[in-house]
Ligand binder design. Sequence first.
Ligand SMILES: Cc1cc2nc3c(=O)[nH]c(=O)nc-3n(C[C@H](O)[C@H](O)[C@H](O)COP(=O)(O)OP(=O)(O)OC[C@H]3O[C@@H](n4cnc5c(N)ncnc54)[C@H](O)[C@@H]3O)c2cc1C
Length: 456
Amino acid sequence: MGNESAQHPRHRVVVIGSGFGGLFGAKALRRADVDITLIAKTTHHLFQPLLYQVATGILSEGEIAPSTRVILRDQKNVRVLLGNVYRIDLEARTVTSRMLGHITVTPYDSLIIAAGADQSYFGNDRFAEFAPGMKTIDDALELRGRIVGAFERAELSADPGEIERLMTFVVIGAGPTGVEMAGQITEMADRTLAGTFRNIDTTTARVILLDAAPAVLPPMGEKLGSRAAKRLTKMGVDIQLGAMVVDVDQHGLVVKDRDGQERRIESACKVWSAGVSASPLGRQLAEQSGVELDRAGRVKVKEDLTIPGHPNVFVVGDMMAVEGVPGQAQGAIQGSRYAAAQIKAELKGAHPSDRKPFDYFDKGSMATISRYSAVAKVGKLEFSGFIAWLMWLALHLVYIVGFKSRLTTFVSWTVSFVGRARTQMTITEQQVFARTAIAELEEGLADGRSADEAAG
Ligand SMILES: Cc1cc2nc3c(=O)[nH]c(=O)nc-3n(C[C@H](O)[C@H](O)[C@H](O)COP(=O)(O)OP(=O)(O)OC[C@H]3O[C@@H](n4cnc5c(N)ncnc54)[C@H](O)[C@@H]3O)c2cc1C
C-alpha cells in the first residue's frame, strides 16, 4: 500500500476523474501554488459527445481519448495517478484508490470530485449484456463490433427471419445520443456499406428509435424535436414513442405501448442510451456528511458546489445536482473552473464565507442527425439543418483536446461526410465478445473456479 501522508509544504489538491470536470479543473490550477494529484480509472480524457462516431466507424478511439498524462505533461504541478477511487474519507481527508491490486491512499487539503455518471438501466442491470450503453471507449468499440458483426452474420445466413432480426437495429432512448446513433447506423448502412455485400442489401436495414417519452429530444423543445424526428423519418428511421422497454434478451426486446399492450421486436443489435446514474462515490459523501442525493444519485451540493461541513470538498459535473445545470460538458467545465477559482482565492487569503454562488452560463446544446443536418439551441435562438451542422462542426473542433486530434478528426470527417467511406470500420473478436467473456470470467471466479477454468 502506498501512503502519501508525509508532511507536505504546499496545499494539496486531489482531483477525481479525467473527464471534462477533472481535466479542466486541474488545468485551471496550472498557475496556482498547489500540488495536484489527478486520480482517474482510465489513462485518457474521454470526449464523450463523439463516442457515437467511434461506434459507427467515423473516428478512432485515439482521436477522442487522448492520454491525460500527455495532455498535462507541461503542467508541472500535476501528478496523474491511475486508480479506481473506492473510498473517500472526509474526516481523515484522504482518497483511497486501487489499480491492479495496488492500493494508494492520497491525502488532500482540497478535493474536486468529478467522477461522472454511468449508464442507468433503471434497476434492470441484466439488460446491459444485450443492450450496451455508451459511456466508455469499450462500449463504443463493442457496439461497433456488434453493428458491423450483425451485417456480417446476416450475409452468412440463408434464413429470412434471421436476416431480418440481424438487420434490425434498435436504439433505446431518443435523447441526443440516441438520435445521433440512429442517424449514423442508418448512414453507415445506406452509404458506407451499400453494395459491399452480395447476399444482403444493407440499405434495407431497419433502424428503430424507441422512447417511453412522447417526444424526440425533449430538452431541446418541441420545434427542434419535431424537426429532428422529421429528418430521421425521411432517412428511414422508424421512430416509436411512448414505448417503454420492459425486457431485453439476446434476440430482441419487449416493449409496452401507451395502451398497455406488450409486443416483441426481434433484433440482434440493441443500443441503450436511456438514462444515467451518478458515480456511487456520491453515496459515500451522503453517508459521511448527510448531503442529499437526487433520484439519479447526484449530490445536491450547496450553492458553492461543496457539501455541508466540508467547504474544501467540491462535487462537479455529472455528479452534482444543481437546478438549471444540465448534465453536459459545459456544466462540468464551468463547475470545476469555479472550484479552482475558490481554491486559488483562498490561498491568497479569501475565506469560504466570501464565495459567490456558482453561476452557470448556458451556452446552448446541439445534436447531429446526419451529415449536413443538426439541431442547435443557443439561448432563445433555434437552428436546424446545415447551419446547425456547421455550428456543431466548429464547436466540436474547438473542444477536442490537442491540435493533432483536431487535425485527424477533421480529416476523418472530410472522408466520411464528403465521401462515403469510414476509416474506422475495423472490428475484432475481443471487441464483440469482451463484455460477455468478462462477465463469465467474473462469475466463474465468484464460483471459486480458477481464472483459467473460468476462461476456458
Ligand atoms: C454518449 C454521450 C454523448 C454526450 N454528448 C454530449 C454533447 O453533445 N454535449 C454535451 O455538452 N455533453 C454531452 N454529453 C455529456 C457530457 O459528456 C458529460 O456531461 C460530461 O462528460 C460530464 O463530465 P464529468 O467530468 O462530470 O464526467 P466524465 O466526463 O464522465 O468523467 C468522469 C471521469 O471520472 C473517472 N472516474 C469515474 N469513477 C471513478 C472512480 N471511482 N475512480 C477514479 N476515476 C473515476 C472516469 O474514468 C472519467 O475520467 C454526452 C455524454 C455521453 C455519454
